[in-house]
Design a protein around this ligand. Structure first.
Ligand code: DC
Length: 227
């Protein structure tokens, strides 16, 4: 079984996908981490976010890999484990910028398709249901109101000791969502056959229960809705 979870930042995609991976026995694939890894590489090279030619030429100098061990995903940039280094607000903005470049999307596509071929994945991102797994057994588009999403992202960053304000998080999030949803290539929009799940005001357990209900309905399985 393959499950696609798409949606904007802070909607809780990665938490849901990790929980589903554990609950149902699938491999969790975080595709945003791949764009973040390219974003980090571009940022480190001092290339501007708007320098499309510079972004494209850096691709021939880097290698991006992902590894899945014990339910966790690691990403490697030319052999260096950058799993934790890609989680800063600065890298988020670079990830969004590089993800609009078609050459970057093509560069990362095979890596994602390799995982789809192996199968048994719950993959989260922006174009999973539309481009990467158009034949996924279940597609969920997860969203919530901007205030809830910004608060979740803020708490995540604050817990890691990052010095940001809620206003900064909200404004970065709005800018990134707008970039991601309006780009020409693979915009972050729901697939026609995705189930829309609004988890505003939900706790982690509520989102999990709602998602499992959708999965059970779509597949005829009877997975436990309790986390
Ligand atoms: O899910 P995330 O915040 O880690 O994603 C980082 C950026 O990467 C996001 O702004 C958009 C981009 N992205 C994408 O374009 N396609 C995906 N499948 C996943 C992420």
């Amino acid at each position: 079984m393959n499950i696609a979870i798409d949606g904007p930042g802070g909607s809780g995609k990665s938490v849901l996908a990790k929980n589903l991976a554990r609950g149902i026995g699938l491999t969790y694939v975080d595709t945003g981490a791949l764009y973040r890894t390219v974003g980090l590489a571009v940022m480190r090279r001092g290339i501007e976010k708007t320098d499309t030619a510079g972004i494209i030429s850096s691709l021939s100098e880097i290698r991006v890999e992902m590894k899945h061990e014990g339910g966790a995903q690691k990403v490697l940039l030319s052999g260096e484990d950058v799993t934790d280094k890609i989680r800063t607000p600065e890298v988020s903005m670079y990830a969004s910028a590089v993800s609009a470049v078609p050459e970057v999307r093509a560069f990362l596509k095979e890596l994602q398709l390799d995982m789809v071929r192996v199968g048994g994945v719950v993959m989260d991102g922006r174009d999973i249901g539309t481009v990467i797994m158009p034949d996924a057994d279940v597609k969920i588009f997860l969203f919530a109101n901007p205030k809830d999403r910004a608060e979740r992202r803020y708490e995540e960053l604050a817990a890691k000791g990052m010095n940001v304000t809620l206003d900064e998080v909200l404004s970065d999030m709005n800018e990134r969502d707008n970039n991601d949803a309006t780009r020409a290539e693979a915009p972050a929009v729901p697939a026609a056959d995705a189930v829309m799940l609004d988890n505003s005001g939900f706790l982690e357990v509520d989102t999990y229960a709602a998602a499992v209900r959708i999965i059970n309905e779509k597949t005829g399985e009877s997975f436990d809705e309790r986390l």
